[in-house]
Structure formats: structure tokens, C-alpha cells
Design a binder for this molecule. Structure first.
Ligand code: URP
Ligand code: ZN
Ligand code: ZN
Ligand code: ZN
Length: 460
């Protein structure tokens, strides 16, 4: 057998096994696994290193607007570059339908924004904000049939939220077409009531973001989202879960046999509401929804990662510049936490953080790491087994990790378009230094060695 590329000497880990193997790659796919595969045009020595499936980040916001004059700090170019340097080979950004817009027009826009710019493969989820009869009756069924097999709905955010009737109708259309429904579950009326109360009391600092979005608002909405999905009979993904009470609701639904998939993110392991208390508007750098909680809730999330409640560990990368020159999205320019755009960057650090805090510190093993960061994303969203594993016939999407490399996180070393990282100064052990997309070396020994635009759209 002849190969285009052989990776030799490394230890391969999948969601189920860890084994010594070389990998022979031909025509962008894994063609052989075994020892002594011979020589190829290109050889990569992975001695002493781990060879893992490239990460799949299935919860990423790129180039999305967030209210008037505010856009995310990453477009498809910088966002996928940052993802790639963090060991990812596929990301799943959202295509946001604006109110009054057709889904087709929204998709055309996001495909145009992504064309020729991606460093990783991508595949879109559809955010439905305007579920008109035409959208649910004609457009969505046609798009699901065309391979857009995941839909996200919001229960919060004034400009995007759906009421229960609209969620039911959207879930019904998704079930009929065979799509999965992702839900951002927080009770909007609770949040509005508490936000008004905070402002009347003059409590406008960033910390108010956390106290106006309590665990109860997330727990109740999660219970309601799962109940609506149960009535319709559609599989549901509860995204960015932040706390133990919500985890308990999910556990009960799963115990009853309901198909519920749950996701958590680095911010719920690493940050707390106290971070929002930082001097001046520095606290705005930690504003995301749901908000980071406390150390006990961090432990509850670790438990959920260990015990299988969480299948997905995603970044929810949603970057806004802290010091934007036009002043439009500068959190420091906000007069109340109500106006701070929600979301924080994290696409490049998702894998190093879970590796360091999880695998290196003995909280999870390497196989669970692979499941949580790649395999389960591919299975949940219809990319498996083409993506998310190391097997003959799968795309040769690989990340080679130095499990012992120690680094101090500095925003200056990252590749995104934001101007800070919430994890500045964090010490991590383990880093992906070589990244291969469909057999093409994109990053070798920490240096970009690929081709801009090599990433392409994956239909499911
Ligand atoms: O604060 C967050 N999470 N912003 C991103 C949008 C979302 O809610 O997923
Ligand atoms: Zn969300
Ligand atoms: Zn999100
Ligand atoms: Zn950044």
C-alpha cells in the first residue's frame, strides 16, 4: 500500500481505546492502522505524543451580529484559525435567521461569509427566530432534507426568543424532518423582572448580569424545554449547562427515557460569578449566558462530565472586543450590565483546558476526553463516522498532542480576533502542536503550514 502521509511512533486514542499505532493516510482519509507501514511522501514522527481525532466544536458563534452596531470579534477566517491552533478540525457555527428574513437568505449570507476563509471544516446549525408558517411549513423541511439537520431556539434574549407555542411548532417541524433541536434554556421573564429590579436599585455593574440570571431561571427553562420536546417527541440538546440543579433535571428526564443530550463549556468549570466583580468594567470580560456560578457548581459540572450526563463539551465561543475602537461594543462604554453583549471567547483553549484540568489532573481519562470533544459531537449532529474518530475510511482529521508541554495562557499567543482571554495567566499542561485536516498538514510543531480556505462545508 502507498500512502501520502504516515504518522508514526505515536499513541492513538479514540473514545474507546488507547493503542500504539502508526497511521497511513491516502486521499485525505485514514487508509491503514498498524505498525511498520513503510514510507510515504511525508512522514511525521509522533514519538512520545498522543494522536487524537481532531476536535469538533459544535457550539461556536462566528460573524454574528448581536444587537445594533455590535458584531462578533471573529469572522470565519480568524475564528477557524484560532480553532485550528487549539487542535480542532471541524467547527459548527450558527446561521442566524433575522426576524423577517427567510432561512435561505440567512444561509446564503453565512455561506458567503465563510467561503474561502475556513481553516477547519464547518457545518451550520440554523437559529430560528421567526417561525412563520412559511418558514416551518416549507423552508425548514426543505433545508433539513438538504442536510441542515440541527436547529437552535432561544428562550431568552429579546430579539431572538420564542414563546412556548413557537418552540412547540418549531420542534414539530424539526421532528417531522428528522432534525435535532438545541435549546438555550433560561426564563426570559424572570431575567427581565430581576434586571428591572437591579436597575431600580442602582445595581448596574457587571455583577448584576450574574445575579439577574439565577440558577432557578436556567433550571425552570430546562425543565420546560425538555417537557416541550417530550410532548412533541423530538430529541433535544440542552446547551451550555452551568449548574447542578439543572443537571438534576436532565438526569430525571433521561431516567424517564427521554432522548436528551447535554452540553457544558469551559467557563462553567473555570470561572465564577466573582469574576464579574472585577474592578471597573473588567468584569464585563466574563459576561456570558448562563453566567458562571460558584465552586460548588463547577464541581457539579465536573461530575456531569465524569458520570455521562454531559455528552458534549463545547466552547460557546462568542467573542466581543473589550476595547473596540468605535466604542460600539465596548463593555466599558455600557451604562448597565443590561447592555453588555453576552458571550466570551474560548475556541482555542477549549481542548487545552479540558486536557489540562481533566486528563492531566486525573479527573477524566483520555478516552472520555476524546468522546467529549470530538466523537460525541459527530454522533449527535450526524457527522459520524466520517468525522470524530480514528478509523479506516474516516477523514484524516487529526491532532498530535504533546501531553507534557507546559504553557502559560497569554492572549498575545492566541489567534482569534478578540482582544483578551478570560483565562489569561492560566497554567496548562498538554497542547496540540500538529493539526491535520483531511490528510493535509495545517499546523506543524505550532506553525501554520496549510492553506487558507482548505476547510470546507460539510453537509450532513
Ligand atoms: O453568552 C452567550 N452564551 N452568548 C452566546 C449566545 C448564546 O447564548 O449561545
Ligand atoms: Zn445560548
Ligand atoms: Zn452560544
Ligand atoms: Zn482573543
Amino acid at each position: 500500500m502507498t500512502f501520502d502521509l504516515i504518522i508514526h511512533g505515536g499513541t492513538v486514542a479514540t473514545a474507546s481505546d488507547t493503542f500504539r499505532s502508526d497511521i497511513g493516510i491516502r486521499d485525505g482519509r485514514i487508509a491503514s492502522l498498524g505498525l511498520d507501514l513503510g514510507t510515504a511522501a511525508r512522514m511525521i514522527d509522533a514519538t512520545g505524543r498522543l494522536v487524537l481525532p481532531g476536535g469538533i466544536d459544535s457550539h461556536v458563534h462566528l460573524a454574528q451580529p448581536s444587537g445594533p452596531g455590535v458584531t462578533m470579534a471573529d469572522d470565519f477566517l480568524t475564528g477557524t484559525k484560532s480553532a485550528m491552533f487549539g487542535g480542532n478540525t471541524t467547527v459548527m457555527p450558527f446561521c442566524l435567521q433575522q426576524k423577517g428574513q427567510s432561512l435561505r437568505a440567512a444561509l446564503d449570507n453565512y455561506h458567503a461569509l465563510a467561503a474561502g476563509k475556513c481553516h477547519t471544516d464547518i457545518s451550520f446549525h440554523l437559529i430560528i427566530t421567526d417561525p412563520t408558517p412559511a418558514v416551518l411549513g416549507q423552508e425548514l423541511p426543505a433545508l433539513i432534507a438538504a442536510g441542515y439537520k440541527s436547529v437552535k431556539v432561544f428562550m431568552t434574549y429579546e430579539a431572538m426568543r420564542l414563546n412556548d407555542a413557537e418552540i412547540l411548532a418549531t420542534m414539530d417541524a424539526a421532528r417531522t424532518g428528522g432534525a435535532v433541536v438545541m435549546v438555550h434554556a433560561e426564563n426570559e421573564d424572570v431575567i427581565r423582572y430581576l434586571t428591572d429590579q437591579h436597575e431600580r436599585a442602582g445595581h448596574t455593574a457587571a455583577r448584576g448580569h450574574a445575579t439577574s440570571r439565577p440558577v432557578t431561571a436556567e433550571r425552570e427553562a430546562t425543565h420546560r424545554a425538555m417537557s416541550l420536546a417530550d410532548v412533541v417527541g423530538v430529541p433535544v440538546v440542552i446547551v451550555h449547562v452551568s449548574n447542578g440543579a439543572t443537571i438534576d433535571e436532565i438526569a430525571r428526564a433521561r431516567h424517564r427515557g427521554q432522548p436528551v443530550t447535554a452540553e457544558t463549556c469551559p467557563q462553567y468549570l473555570m470561572l465564577t460569578a466573582q469574576d464579574l466583580d472585577r474592578e471597573g468594567w473588567e468584569g464585563a470580560k466574563y459576561v456570558c449566558s448562563p453566567p458562571p456560578r460558584d465552586h460548588a457548581e463547577q464541581e457539579a459540572c465536573w461530575n456531569g462530565l465524569r458520570n455521562g450526563i454531559f455528552d458534549l463539551f463545547s466552547s460557546d465561543h462568542c467573542p466581543f472586543r473589550f476595547d473596540d475602537p468605535e466604542g460600539k461594543q465596548r463593555p466599558g462604554g455600557a451604562t448597565s450590565f443590561r447592555h453588555i453583549p453576552n458571550g466570551i471567547p474560548g475556541i482555542e483553549l477549549r481542548l487545552p483546558i479540558l486536557f489540562s484540568e481533566g486528563v492531566a489532573k486525573g479527573r477524566i481519562d483520555i478516552n472520555r476526553f476524546v468522546a467529549l470533544t470530538a466523537t460525541n459531537h459527530a454522533k449527535t449532529y450526524g457527522l459520524y463516522p466520517r468525522k470524530g474518530t480514528i478509523a479506516i475510511g474516516s477523514d484524516a482529521d487529526l491532532a498530535i498532542w504533546d501531553p507534557l508541554l507546559q504553557r502559560t495562557v497569554r492572549h498575545a499567543d492566541l489567534h482569534d480576533g478578540c482582544d483578551y482571554t478570560p483565562y489569561e495567566g492560566l497554567e496548562v499542561t498538554g497542547w496540540p502542536d500538529t493539526v491535520i485536516l483531511r490528510g493535509t498538514v495545517m499546523v506543524q510543531d505550532g506553525n501554520f503550514d496549510g492553506e487558507i480556505g482548505y476547510g470546507h462545508y460539510i453537509s450532513r
